[in-house]
Design a protein. Structure first.
Length: 331
């Protein structure tokens, strides 16, 4: 089968189309003929891990060490990237009852990656579900990462109907799903923060107000929020505190140890708090999210599609930082 393989860390040109052995499913796995896979933050980081300066890794330094061990210190151990997929089941392992050949599915492989390929063997107890019936494969591949992350994170902060939420980084994969879920599922009043190009898009997701961070500092407009979600964790509790309502929460989705310490400190002092949480999506989260897409309460958002063989070009486009929603490779 064809796959995009990388055997050294580096710039997008390390991604090459190659012929590799087609996987065969274990007894509890399905063999998926992949039709589409989205290019996510994790793909970009994993492709160039060795050369990534510590300061540009947005999470705890300890995670960087674990990730380097998992992905390989000097060379990548997992040579095929891609952590979401949408496709058709071609074959099932001997113990599989949930799926049969011909079923259309979508899913999330997490740090195991492997979806930049024509075929993927995937365990049925992993994050996999029937594809929402009206969606194209391209649309479906854009759903599993951002939506399940956003759902897990929003559940940790117990948002109530009518509360005011602001999402900083609202045009990206997790941010755009957080805007949609917070407004359409949790019933919050959502403000999105993004760059000028993303404003119309974020408005279309259900944000009642959109702020262009290049032209306006939301901490200076006198508004206050019950929840501030900071996707890239570029802000700080001290900067945002005055924009939080009493008992309001600052949730940096990307965080280093200083923010963890603030979480511990503010959990003791009470009042306005910092909550750092890790999203650990499960199959039931994807199945839950699927219903929202099935009845069209949420919509997948694709910025651009590239054929699989143009994976390097897709990576360059994502790295340029102007995507809105997801970039998808079609296989
Ligand atoms: N806590 C967890 O469990 C967890 C799980 C997964 C990922 N993460 C973290 O989430 C991050 C990736 O999120 P993602 O996949 O949604 O990334 P993404 O798709 O690349 O989106 C990030 C968005 O941030 C916006 N942005 C860039 N600079 C900004 C600024 N100065 N102010 C406001 N917005 C800005 C960009 O939009 P514009 O074009 O509008 O600038 C971009 O759309 C990573 O740091 C990763 O470590 C955390």
């Amino acid at each position: 089968m064809k796959a995009i393989v990388y055997t050294e860390y580096g710039e997008p040109d390390v991604l090459h189309l190659q012929e590799v052995e087609k996987p065969s499913p274990e007894s509890n796995e399905v063999l998926v003929r992949v039709h589409a896979v989205s290019v996510n933050y994790g793909d970009i980081i994993a492709r160039n891990f060795k050369n990534l300066p510590a300061g540009e890794f947005n999470m705890l330094s300890l995670f960087r060490v674990f990730a380097r061990i998992g992905f390989g210190f000097s060379r990548p151990k997992r040579t095929i990237l891609g952590n979401t997929f949408a496709g058709e089941v071609e074959m099932v392992g001997s113990d599989v009852k949930q799926f049969k050949g011909g079923d259309q599915v979508f899913g999330y492989t997490g740090e195991n990656m492997g979806a930049y390929a024509e075929y993927l063997s995937f365990p049925v107890d992993g994050i996999i579900a029937p594809k929402p019936s009206h969606m194209t494969y391209e649309e479906a591949s854009a759903v599993p990462y951002g939506s399940t992350m956003a759902l897990c994170l929003l559940r940790k902060v117990n948002i109530q109907k009518g509360q005011r939420v602001i999402v900083i980084g609202a045009s990206g994969a997790i941010g755009s799903a957080a805007v949609q879920l917070a407004s359409h599922y949790f019933g919050a009043e959502v403000t999105g923060v993004c760059s000028t190009q993303g404003m119309e898009y974020v408005k279309s997701l259900g944000a009642v107000r959109v702020i262009d961070y290049k032209n306006e500092d939301f901490t200076k407009n006198g508004e206050s929020y019950d929840l501030i979600i900071d996707i890239l964790g570029k802000g700080s509790f001290s900067k945002y505190k005055a924009s939080l309502r009493p008992n309001g929460i600052y949730m940096p989705v990307s965080f280093k140890s200083s923010k963890l310490l603030q979480m511990i400190r503010t959990s003791v002092t009470g009042g306005k708090r910092v909550i750092c949480a890790l999203a650990t999506p499960k199959q039931e989260d994807l199945r839950f999210i699927r219903e929202f897409f099935e009845d069209r309460r949420l919509k997948p958002v694709i910025d651009q599609t590239f054929p699989l063989e143009k994976a390097a070009e897709a990576h360059r486009y994502v790295e340029a930082g102007e995507k809105k929603g997801c970039v998808v490779l079609t296989v």
